[in-house]
Design a protein around this ligand. Structure first.
Ligand code: UDP
Length: 325
């Protein structure tokens, strides 16, 4: 049985990856410090003998007994509200955390796949963004802690690949949505659905003309699975190229929830990218991958998930956890 370590395994993406690798017959070790991850995302896996959960901060030395075939590094705060609240941890998990993962991979002779992001392109001046584009990032702006941590993470991973001959893979993830997003993580989809369910107006930042391209989580997981098993060490974009303005997106959510809410306009956050759309030619050519789930279907499933949560979840303070650096 192949053994895989998934850091950030209790998070939104990490937990879906745990499910997928369990389904593929792997022994899955999920690791998470639960700063932004949630136990409820993985507790259905607890009874399985091929699943383990380690409550650990990967910015500290990682100890895993036994063999490892693969490591997926998905531990990181990943929404603007999270990394603005916990900037130091964001930088640490992208630097110290990846260093620990790469060191562990060398000892275990494991292949490493790291979660990078479309944020490495910053506020892009090239559209759509191919992997060859180097980006337009402000290192000292509020998003810098995330963007630069992820850029450093890519550089570190490449260095281990070229210098130590480690097998590495890099996925650049574009906006992804689905069940298990946190209602209070500040991202646009849970924000809008939460507002609609509470009967509040939907808050559009800026004039709503900025664009994003939303990928359903199952499509993303399929792309990551294929990339891990491929032999391609350069970064690969995985995302859904269907682009939409945030204003149109708000209208879709209002229609989906049938709540007739109004939209209100709030100031655009600093360095908020104006447009984002992945160029997925590489994923198509190398992985024979493209997204399959329409936004209509994906949003419907996600909305059902949010509706199924206990009602008090809807009213939890926007952000109420405590952190240490
Ligand atoms: N946004 C918005 N209202 C909200 C939350 C977000 O208009 O309540 C906008 C945000 O300014 C950005 C887009 O929606 O332009 C996507 O934001 P998100 O935080 O989901 O992800 P990003 O792609 O910016 O990292």
């Amino acid at each position: 049985m192949k053994r895989i370590l998934i850091t950030g395994g209790a998070g939104f993406l990490g937990s879906h990856l745990c499910d997928r690798f369990i389904k593929e017959g792997y022994h899955v070790i999920a690791m998470d410090n639960l700063i932004t991850g949630e136990i409820r995302n993985i507790e259905h896996l607890y009874p399985l003998s091929n699943f383990e959960f380690h409550h650990h901060d990967v910015s500290q030395f990682i100890h895993i007994p036994g063999e490892l075939d693969y490591i997926l590094h998905f531990a990181s705060p990943a929404s603007p509200i999270d990394y603005l609240k916990i900037p130091i941890q964001t930088l640490k998990v992208g630097s110290l955390g990846i260093h620990n993962c790469l060191g562990l991979a060398r000892v275990k002779n494991a292949r490493v796949l790291i979660a990078s992001t479309s944020e490495v392109y910053g506020d892009p001046t090239v559209h759509p963004q191919p992997e060859e584009y180097w980006g337009n990032v402000n290192p000292v702006g509020p998003r810098g802690v995330y963007d630069e941590a992820k850029r450093f993470q890519e550089a570190m991973t490449m260095a281990y690949h070229t210098f130590h001959g480690l097998e590495t893979r890099i996925v650049r993830i574009f906006n992804t949505y689905g069940p298990r997003m946190r209602l209070n993580d500040g991202r646009v989809l849970p924000a809008f659905i939460g507002q609609a369910l509470r009967g509040e107006d939907l808050t559009i930042f800026g004039d709503g003309s900025q664009t994003r391209s939303f990928c359903y989580v199952d499509d993303l997981v399929e792309g990551i699975y294929r990339l891990l098993l491929s032999d391609y060490p350069q970064p690969v974009n995985i995302g859904n190229p269907v682009e939409i303005t945030i204003k149109e997106f708000a209208e879709e959510i209002i229609k989906l929830t049938g709540t007739n809410q109004k939209v209100v306009y709030k100031p655009l956050p600093t360095d908020d990218p104006k447009q984002r759309q992945p160029n997925i030619s590489k994923a198509k050519a190398i992985l024979d991958w493209e997204p399959k789930v329409s936004r209509e279907e994906g949003l419907r499933i996600t909305y059902e998930y949010f509706k199924s949560l206990p009602e008090e979840e809807l009213y939890k303070a926007a952000y109420h956890r405590e952190f240490t650096t």
